[in-house]
Design a protein around this ligand. Structure first.
Ligand code: PRP
Length: 207
């Protein structure tokens, strides 16, 4: 049996569609979003339905053999896993966004709201820009609106959230999409099943 950690929420629906068209359908998955573990009818697949930011945790620790997770989370947490495939779904961009018309004063420390602390630190360090990070866990756009921070670092998909909150992208610095990842030991011991999954997902992408 292969265990796969899948993200709940916005990305989850797209992932499940992709799994279905690759032949990994699981009726219980679609029926019941309260259950956290479901199995395929033929007993070959076990699905763990977890928070997107926890997918790589389960895979790194081997509780799941494989998982599907956003590149944003892989960049932030740098888990010790194999990244096998770019699935081309959940596409968005990692951005710096600021209030419309904001002008950066390089003399001042830039205050940054984000849940991607490591990504933001690395990005501004490469630019030699002094920053102070304020970590938020959601609704990051509130940072500049309430003058808690000057800018945000966050993922932008449609752009609706920043627009509705009077912010604009000042820099888009990384393309993000969902990735298939594997536990390093699991990849060795369950190589056949995992390789088959990679191939079937790839075929599904080409159709
Ligand atoms: C993400 C992100 C933005 C929003 C961007 O938040 O943090 O707020 O999506 O999407 P858009 O460009 O399509 O508007 P999410 O919905 O994951 O919730 P969160 O604010 O709780 O992190």
């Amino acid at each position: 049996m292969l265990s796969i950690a899948l993200p709940k929420g916005r990305l989850g629906d797209k992932v499940y569609k992709m799994m279905t068209s690759a032949g990994y359908e699981c009726p219980d998955y679609a029926d019941n979003d309260r259950k956290l573990i479901v199995e395929s009818a033929d007993g070959t697949m076990r699905y763990l339905l977890v928070k997107p930011s926890d997918v790589a945790v389960y895979v790194e620790h081997g509780v799941a053999d494989v998982g599907i997770v956003g590149k944003d989370i892989l960049m932030e947490d740098e888990p010790d896993v194999y990244e096998l495939l770019d699935l081309g779904i959940g596409k968005c961009r990692m951005c710096v966004a600021a209030p419309v018309g904001y002008e950066d004063d390089q003399e001042r420390t830039l205050r940054v709201a984000t849940k991607y602390v490591n990504v933001a630190k690395k990005h501004f360090m490469e630019k030699n820009r002094d920053i102070e990070i304020i970590k938020l866990n959601g609704s990051i756009e509130l940072g500049p609106i309430l003058d808690l921070t000057d800018v945000i670092v966050d993922i932008v998909e449609t752009g609706t959230t920043i627009k509705e909150n009077n912010l604009e992208i000042s820099e888009a610095f990384k393309d993000i999409s969902a990735r298939l990842i594997a536990n390093k030991a699991g990849f060795k011991f369950k190589n056949e099943a995992i390789t088959e999954m990679v191939n079937r997902l790839k075929e599904g992408m080409e159709e």
